[in-house]
Design a binder for this molecule. Sequence first.
Ligand SMILES: [Zn+2]
Length: 148
Amino acid sequence: MSATAKGTCPACTDWAYASSQPNYDHIHAVRALPDEDHEDTHLVLHGWATGFSSESVPGLEQTWVFFERLEPALVFGRAGRMSVHDITSYGVYRAAREVRFDYGTGRQVTTLYVTGRAIGRQAGEDKQFSRWTRGVQPDSAYYEDPVQ
Ligand SMILES: [Zn+2]
């Protein structure tokens, strides 16, 4: 798969994952995520992907955003959907973001792996929203796990 050019990968052809995003070389639907890895030439982080799309906005086809933490992924999806005119659907899924150096092409390849079962809009989600509020740091882009 490493030498497959963007746009020609058969694993990228699923309708929900087919739109090309400039920040990902591949977006694959998978049953199981690849193992986490923290090598210099191979980084795999587990987390969550929020996918959203619009039926009314040209150019806003299925788009994915990766988060290392669940709370901001849920908030991002829910808040985006509240733009009822611009975002018509969203989902939050277990995901992994892989960056590896491809020796064949001499460049980094970034792949998003997304599992198939949406976990958003579940009972108790309001508790995750509250955790997110407590974990926001006004002077940082990072979500920090709040003290219980
Ligand atoms: Zn692919």
